[in-house]
Ligand binder design. Sequence first.
Ligand SMILES: [Zn+2]
Length: 511
Amino acid sequence: MTARRVFAIAMTVAVACVAVHGQQGVSATAWFGVPLPAGLGDSHRSILDVSRMQPPAATVPAGEERNTELRGDTIHKYLEAIVGISKADRARGEKAWGRITGFRAADETHAWVLEQFKAAGLRNVETETYTATQATWYPKSWEVKVLANGKAGAGSRDVVLESAFPTSGSRVTNGPIRGGVVFVGATTDAALPAVDVTGKIAVQTLHPQSGAFSERTRTTDRARELAKRGAIAVLNVVEQAGNMYVRDFSNCGVPCFNLGTDDGRFLVAVAERAARAGVADVQISIGLDTEMRPDLKGHNTIGLVPGTRDDEIVIVNAHADGWFDAAGDNGDGLAVLMALAHHFAKPENKPERTLLFVASGGHHNGGMNGPGNLVTMNPQLVGKAVLVVNLEHIAQLHFMNDPFRVEAVEQPMGFGISNEAPAIAALATRAQQRYGFALRPNFSNSIAGDLGGYAPLGVPRVQAIHSGPMYHTSGDTLDTISTPGLERAARFYAYFVTEAAKTDRAALQPK
Ligand SMILES: [Zn+2]
């Protein structure tokens, strides 16, 4: 069932309640009989039950069983450690937790990677530090609350919308703001409805098929237009499932919050009921305490596996930072990076070209890009690069919307090759067929992700990536990651990097 249909049914039920219980348009039960939202729940567990998800085992060609460092259960232990750093961040009281560059949990992640690289036997292992070129918006605490309203029925007390998460750049300066709710439709509607939003809190819905980012432009443009028309705040209801924090969108012009599906269901149903019953505004109060933090420090942790030649190198990158538990963005990529470090550091797996392993920082923060800083801080080393391989979002279960569901396979990934070199595409196809890595059949030159900062190198950049519904949400939890998927990714990339490290430069980068 679609969330939209859920809303429709919720409203129908609520109408019936008023018809039965209503007296002069006032319900006899709290909040017009609309069921209260379920709260945020356990944000370290999947929003859907994934306990019975068993993706098929990884394909291991004969002779490769001995590469136990590439086994899914081995890699899963790295992932547990990585996600554990995020959980500890939340346990310390961070409401907007994660391995966020410039903050303690990111520093701890780099310290952990440093130890792992050393334990694997990498050379010249080091954590490099750089300073942010702009201040970072930091949400300390907040509360979005539907205010008690006797006209919504006896016992209609304050309801905290627990999944509310402020969008980047939002600020409330003088105490909580308060206003009536006005529902302004879906971001896909042709135009904003002709309703007065002046002094009100506008609520719009978005219905992403993949991550909320896919609705970024529409949602933000519309929020800005609502701000221009006088709305004092905007709430974006993200129609997925349950209640999750969604960390996306920025700079709405007024304080802006994303709301989980269940909180949205409650709010929309109550607003609709109130309008039909002719009850005056449903009021919301919004409190938000933020800071701008200047001069934060970011890190890249690096290490080398010397090849049989070191005049040319291949860079293998994974970003170390992430919002919330960030198991799939990018705990999985970082965990597979650890497995590859262990793999290539074994004498029998010595690559032809030298490999530079990079756990990068600042992927999610403006002015703190890890790869960009790596390139400027290590011109001689990275100047030898002939190829950059990026591990990002590579082993999450396949979540889908309409209806919101999950399947016991990995989320299909797009494979991008910046220069579309036929030799790289042929190698990726060979590796994909060998290990059953979940790549979509058509490769492209799109490399959205952490590869942007490597552009100045002028060499081919490749990655497999997806950005499914859990992207940048508190639903990006450990249990949503496929253990066989981690192994598929590790075996795919071990083969891909081995072969790429001995492919002629002219084939990697045809003129
Ligand atoms: Zn990412």
